[in-house]
Structures are given as C-alpha cells and as structure tokens.
Design a protein around this ligand. Structure first.
Ligand code: ADP
Ligand code: ZN
Length: 436
C-alpha cells in the first residue's frame, strides 16, 4: 500500500519541476521573513529570482546547527508567532537547545509524511500501534503519534519507561506495531524474557525503528526476538522530526519525502555537492515548511543517496543507513549528547580540572554513560580525606549533567593527572558500543 501515490510515485521530471517551484517560493518566503537569510543572500548577491529550478539550489548558502544556536530562540522563525501551534526542542551543542516552531500546516505535512511511513510498513486502520519514543520536547513521540492517528490505527501513547507495564500491554491488547529506538526494542525483548512473555504470546508485526544508528545485526536480533519486521525511520527535529525518510517492504534504502525535504550529499570538508552513490554529509532544504524553513541544513549525518524506481513502486530518492557523523555528537538512549556540553559543565565547577573522559557502553541493551573527571590538586587534597565530600561532589556534578544532557550519568572522580594523556588530539570519548 502507498499512502499518497501522487507524490510518492511521481516521475523524476514532475518531481524536479515541483521541487524547483517550491524552492523558489521558499527562498522568496525566507528572504522576506527571516533577516538572517535575507542578510546572507544579500551578502552573496542573490535574489529569490535567481532561484528558479531545483538545480539552482547550489547557489544558496548552508545553514548549520551553530546558526540555530546563534539565533536562539526564535530568530529563524519565519511565520508570525500567532501562526505557531507547537514548539519542540532538541539538544544544542552547548547550553541552548534547538527550538523548532510548527504552524498548523507544518503539523499537517508532518502527519502526512508519517502516515506515508506507516503505510509503507504495512500499518493501517486495523492495527493497534504503540508509540514508545519519548513524548515531550523531543519530536519522536508526538511526531509518530499524529501519523498513527492519520492512518486510522489505534495509537497507544506508551512513551518510554515503565517497560514491564508496556510489555504486558503489548500482550494483552494485541498491539501489532511499535515505534521506538532499536536499543529500546532490545530492552523490551529482554523485559519480556524476564516476564516469561514469548513471541508467541504477542502480535507485534511491525517495528518502526530510528532516532539512533542501528545495524543489520541488530535488525536480525530484534526481528528474531520480537517476531516482527523492523523498518528504518529517519528524521531530525530541525527539518521536521521522524518521517523525513522511511524504509519500504524492499528494505533497500529509506525513501525520502523529497516533495517536502530536498536532499543533497556534500563533502563535509570542501562543501562541494557529490553525485548519487557517493558517501558524504546529508543536507536538507525544507521545501514547504512555514514555521522554521531551513535552506541547505547540514545534518552532519553521513550516508549516500540512490536514485531510480524502487520495486515497491515509489520513485523517491532513497538514502542509505547512516554510517556516522561528521561532528562528535553521540546518541545515547536516542538523545543527542555533545562532548562540549559535558565540558562546559565540568569547566563551570571550580573543583575540576579540564580533564575528562566519557565512556559510552551498551549494557543489557541499554546505553550507559560514565564520566571520569580529574579533581584539581587543591581540591583533591581537601576532598579525598572525607568520603562525604566526595559523595557530595559526585552528586552535584551528576545532577548538573543530568539537567543539561537529560540523561543520567555515572560520575567517577579521579586524582589529578590520572586520566591518560593522549599523544595527539586529546581523546574525550571512548564508545564501546559496536554499531557499525
Ligand atoms: P529525533 O527526535 O528524531 O531523535 P533529533 O533531532 O533529536 O531527532 O536527532 C536527530 C538525529 O538522530 C539525526 O540527525 C541522526 O543523527 C539520528 N537519527 C535519527 N533517526 C535515525 C536513524 N533512523 N538512523 C540513524 N540515525 C538516526
Ligand atoms: Zn521502495
């Protein structure tokens, strides 16, 4: 089944022509409504009339996460506040989160894009579908939720946490589909094992997995343990949220909703556009967004694009699995974590030297984050005499990190000069998870 064959199965010529028209309109729109873009375009001596076809996109400037941070909270918003009906936030690199406002039309487009994904996975009116991405400021929960309602399946807004109760609901309600992070799916499988719920007791047939990178071996393991078919679901809040792209039954790359999000691959160092098939950094331009449209947003996600009709009948460009990042962002339990966020917390406390090490692991299918941090000599002598003082300091750092990162961190205080110095560029992260 295809949700919107008019858009998902367009000929390349029709799609390019639609994209060209929409690009011209969106450039005109940001030129008149976002001073940041007007200034950038004027500096480059470009007017909206210079952008007529989709090929003209290479004339436009890039947008980065730093631009979003520098324009916090609303300066990239193009629609007047009275038109905004929802605001989400995702982690920024330091301090400020990224704020994304959506108009009613944006929420409608998002719901349709998500409905396209779910239909491709085989979800329809007869299904009972659990959304187990976090509800709240992150886009995962509510984003997937609206799509499930649009296809007419019954949505169970389970969110994350309370996994035992969730496992029982999956069995008792006969839930047939679930959207969650792939690592949460494995954790759920483990919880079911503990509760003695087997795959014969449940009716799950579809898993929509995303928000973090995953591998074919994880896919195999989840499929075997939960007895479902696992599909990729990709998105990022700056562009929309989940539903930017989705796998179909063929599972040969993820179809991009390219009538709304135009993809390019660039060399992250030279910024030159690369042809289909070559790996590089994924860049998106929102072609229809009203709340916060972005031109050539650098996602930092590394992958490649492929063209050509898919056996499922869709004609949209597909993207490969994400193979890495061109920055140092970590995704821990589906949440974006930048080492620089940790650094700024460590530096804000006088007791610590700027020497720290983040150790990421996956234990029983749950990501863990440990930070080792060195005390300054003067505090070391005073603190390490009293266990209560160590405990207090550890707790204070853990609480600060939790409020900045939104995840729990295991803090280990270290003696001065005890964290190994690296020869070259200092190493701040050891990621023991085997993801690629
Ligand atoms: P979300 O709420 O969808 O996680 P964020 O904006 O917080 O949105 O995070 C987006 C980032 O998550 C992407 O840039 C990418 O690095 C990662 N991501 C999302 N979906 C996938 C996926 N299916 N595969 C790999 N990485 C993904
Ligand atoms: Zn397909």
């Amino acid at each position: 089944m295809i949700w919107n064959p008019n858009k998902e199965c367009m000929s390349r010529d029709e799609m390019s022509s639609l994209q060209g028209k929409r690009l011209h309109k969106i450039v005109e729109y940001v030129y008149h409504n976002v001073p940041f873009y007007r200034n950038k375009l004027q500096e480059m001596d470009i007017t909206p009339d210079d952008i007529q076809t989709i090929e003209d996109i290479v004339k436009l400037p890039f947008t980065t996460k730093k631009d979003l941070r520098d324009n916090y909270p609303f300066k990239l918003q193009a629609a007047p506040q009275s038109q905004i009906i929802r605001i989400h936030a995702s982690s920024g690199t330091t301090g400020n989160p990224t704020i994304v406002g959506y108009t009613r039309k944006d929420i409608g487009v998002w719901s349709e894009c998500m409905a396209r994904c779910l239909t491709a996975y085989g979800i329809g009116r007869d299904d009972i579908f659990s959304v187990s991405y976090g509800y709240g400021l992150f886009t995962g929960g509510l984003g997937a939720h609206n799509g499930v309602e649009m296809v007419g399946a019954a949505v169970v807004p389970a969110s994350t946490g309370n996994t035992e109760k969730h496992a029982k609901l999956i069995r008792d309600l006969g839930i047939t589909g679930i959207a969650c992070t792939p690592s949460y799916a494995l954790y759920l499988a483990e919880t079911m094992d503990r509760l003695g719920i087997t795959k014969d007791d449940i009716k799950l047939k579809v898993g929509a997995f995303g928000a973090e990178p995953w591998t074919e071996s994880m896919r195999k393991e989840i499929q075997e343990r939960l007895g479902l078919k696992g599909y990729n679901l990709y998105g990022l809040s700056e562009i929309m949220g989940p539903s930017v792209s989705y796998e179909c039954m063929m599972q040969n790359g993820s179809h991009i909703n390219e009538d709304h999000f135009y993809p390019e691959i660039i060399n992250p160092v030279t910024e030159e556009t690369l042809p289909y098939g070559q790996s590089g950094e994924l860049v998106f331009t929102t072609l229809t967004k009203e709340g916060m449209p972005l031109l050539r947003y650098r996602t930092r996600d590394l992958c490649s694009l492929m063209d050509g009709r898919c056996e499922c009948g869709r004609t949209s460009v597909r993207m490969s699995a994400i193979t890495g990042r061109s920055d140092d962002m970590l995704i821990i339990r589906g949440i974006n974590v930048f080492p620089s966020q940790v650094e700024s917390v460590v530096l804000s406390m006088k007791e610590f030297a700027p020497r720290y090490l983040l150790i990421v692991d996956r234990i029983n299918n749950l990501d863990t984050l440990q930070i080792q941090v060195e005390l300054r000599q003067e505090y070391f002598t005073a603190t390490f005499d009293t266990p209560a003082a160590i405990d207090e300091l550890q707790k204070r750092l853990a609480a600060k990190l939790r409020s900045v990162l939104s995840i729990g961190v295991n803090v280990q205080l270290k003696a001065p000069n005890s964290i190994e110095r690296s020869q070259g560029k200092s190493v701040h992260v050891i990621d023991n998870r085997k993801l690629v």
